[in-house]
Structures are given as C-alpha cells and as structure tokens.
Design a protein around this ligand. Structure first.
Ligand code: SAM
Length: 263
C-alpha cells in the first residue's frame, strides 16, 4: 500500500480534495478556495470536464436504478463523495423502499456530512475508511448489509485515485471474493481514450498536491479492473452510452463505465 493510505485526520483547506473539487464542478457549495482553484485549472484545460462529471453522476443513477429494478436491494458505494444530486440511497429507495446503502469515503468533509445524513433505521450508513482497507470496509458494511445476499459494489469515479502500485484490480477482486453470487460490480473511471498525453499530464498535475493523485487509464486497463468477471451488456462503454447509446456527443474527457456480475 502506498503512503497515501493514511486517513486524513481533519479537513485540510490548503490543498484540493477530490471530493470537494468534484462537488464544486457539480455546482455544490462544500468546497474551499484551493478546490475551486484546482477545478478552475481543470476546466480551463478542458471546459467539458463539467459535462464529464455530470454524465458520470447520471451513469451512477442509471446503474442504481437498473440494478434496483433487477431486484438488488443492497449497495456498497466505495468513494461515495459529498452528498449531491440524486444520492444513491434516494435513487435506490425510489425503486426499492427497503434498499440499504453503505457509503464509504476517506475524506473528512464527507464524514462531517455523513454524520448529519445517515440513519441506519432508514437503511443508510457510512464507513469512514480508505477503500483499500477491505477488511475494515466490509466489517463496517456488515452492520447493515447481509453479505450472503447479492450486493451491488459501486466503484464509481474512485479507482482512478488508486495507483497501480496499490493494485486496483486486486482490490476489486478482494471485494468480489467476499460477495454472494449474483452480486454486481459497477465501475467507472477516467480514461485516456482520445486525450493527448500533454493534456493528461497537465490535468494530473492539478492533483499533485491532493491526498490522492489522479490516474487516467487506457480502456484495456479499465477493463482489467473487473478481472475475469463477465461484463453485462453493453460492456465497457462511454458512461453516456450505458445501458443504451444516448446519442450524446463524445466528451473530450471521457469516462468509461460498465457493470459485471459475480457468478
Ligand atoms: C470524484 S468523487 C466520486 C464520487 C461518486 N462516487 C460519484 O461518482 O459521483 C471520488 C471520491 O472518492 C473518494 N476517494 C478517493 N480515493 C479514496 C480512497 N482510497 N478511499 C476512500 N475514498 C476515496 C474521494 O474522497 C471522493 O469523495
């Protein structure tokens, strides 16, 4: 595990945090000058970055709706981020009123919000942990989820903050091994597809001082995060095209996403 694994003890307003930068890009108010400055640099480099974030969020909502409609009642949301539009429990419970959702994040600002928002009696709880600590996350999740029944493991826009040296594919596999047959694994990640190496380097440099650097990956590396799991139709696609092509023009900073089934 890398040095980044330490849990930040308190809110660091001096450096950009991925959770708060994302919040700002999505139009939220839970961010500081360092986050707005970082977001501004990304948007200056690529003005469509905001569309990519919004489309990723819509992908998440479609995945949760789709899986809830297929009878999945339990969700483990890794790197859940700050509360924003259509949080996972709201989408899930709209379709399955008894759906249970465990949010996991390591950002102290997310923890502060979670304290106010989550209520196990309403089927929602929060585990404050680095997602790389699989044992801790699953121990916390077991308080609400029955892991002998199918769970949707959501790793949406989070694995691009896990460096290769921490084996993100091995991490997904470690979770998958603990989940029941019929569980699903949903992943979206920032991709290098159609992005120039120069732009990749400049966008990465914005996160140099963040708690986790940013790792955009090529398509085959994102596919490999699912390991041997079989992807459900339509496979690994631009998030706008899941589960069906939307006709949305290709975004310059593209996110790829897909959902696999644990046999
Ligand atoms: C871009 S946001 C994505 C939020 C949400 N999943 C979505 O797609 O809308 C990434 C989130 O992952 C969290 N994160 C990044 N690395 C993490 C790690 N190793 N452990 C826990 N959370 C992490 C960040 O704090 C942030 O809240």
């Amino acid at each position: 595990m890398s040095r980044d694994q330490r849990l930040p003890a308190q809110i660091d307003t001096e450096h950009p945090s991925p959770a708060r930068v994302y919040d700002y890009v999505l139009g939220g108010k839970d961010n500081y000058a360092a986050d707005r400055e970082a977001a501004g640099r990304v948007l200056e480099l690529e003005p469509h970055a905001r569309d990519s974030a919004v489309e990723n969020r819509r992908f998440l909502a479609r995945v949760v709706k789709h899986l809830a409609e297929q009878g999945i009642e339990q969700f483990l949301d890794l790197g859940s981020g700050l509360p924003t539009m259509d949080n996972v429990h709201r989408v899930a419970q709209r379709h399955v009123p008894d759906a249970r959702v465990v949010y996991v994040d390591f950002d102290p600002m997310v923890l502060a919000h979670a304290r106010a928002l989550v209520n196990p009696d309403e089927g929602v709880t929060y585990v404050h942990s680095d997602i790389r600590d699989v044992a801790k996350v699953l121990e916390g999740a077991r308080g609400l989820l029955d892991l002998s029944k199918p769970v949707a493991l959501l790793a949406i826009a989070v694995l691009h903050f896990v460096p290769d040296e921490d084996d993100p594919a091995g991490l997904v596999a470690a979770y998958a091994r603990q989940l029941a047959c019929g569980s699903r694994v949903a992943i979206s990640c920032a991709s290098t597809e159609d992005v120039s190496p120069e732009l990749i380097a400049r966008i990465r440099s914005v996160y140099d001082n963040a708690p986790s650097p940013l790792y955009l990956r090529p398509r085959d590396r994102i596919r490999s995060l699912f390991g041997n799991l079989e992807l459900l139709e339509p496979g690994l696609v631009h998030v706008t095209d899941w589960p069906v092509p939307s006709g949305t023009p290709r975004l310059p900073l593209t996110m790829l996403g897909g959902v696999a089934m644990i046999p």
